[in-house]
Write a new protein. Structure first.
Length: 136
């Protein structure tokens, strides 16, 4: 996988990957960013939540379950001192469909521990915990 990130101005960068879609990246305001893009830590959480959402949907779909909607919210604990690494990550899933708790739990566990490579990798250094609710 290849991604190229090029400085546009000051702390503002533009990233472009294999899909050819440009992504605007900027630093936090306290560093000098001006809100011209997503901050790098947010990108990490977009990746975790997106990967988990995709793989949870895939697991449920493959099991023949009808899923109407999935929302994944993230939160985390982070060290105050540099490097400000994340020490714990929390995921909250809202899954809509005619599903059992076992259906959703099994899909999340499979995704976290097997199919979502991003969450699997991050879980090794910053433990990921989760909760979920099912809406009919």
């Amino acid at each position: 996988m290849k991604v190229i990130v090029k400085q546009k101005e000051d702390f503002h960068f533009i990233g472009k990957g294999d899909a050819g879609i440009e992504l605007s990246i900027d630093a936090a305001a306290y560093v000098g960013g001006k809100g011209r893009g997503v901050r790098p830590p947010e990108l990490l959480f977009h990746s975790i939540a997106g990967c988990m959402g995709i793989h949870v949907y895939e697991a449920l779909h493959k099991a023949g379950k009808e899923v109407k909607d999935i929302t994944v919210e993230t939160d985390a604990e982070r060290r105050e001192e540099y490097p400000k690494v994340f020490t714990k990550i929390y995921l909250k899933f809202t899954v809509k469909g005619d599903l059992s708790e076992d259906d959703v739990k099994n899909a999340i566990e499979t995704s976290l521990n097997k199919t979502c490579s991003i969450a699997y990798m991050i879980n090794q250094v910053a433990p990921i915990s989760y909760e979920f609710k099912i809406e009919k």
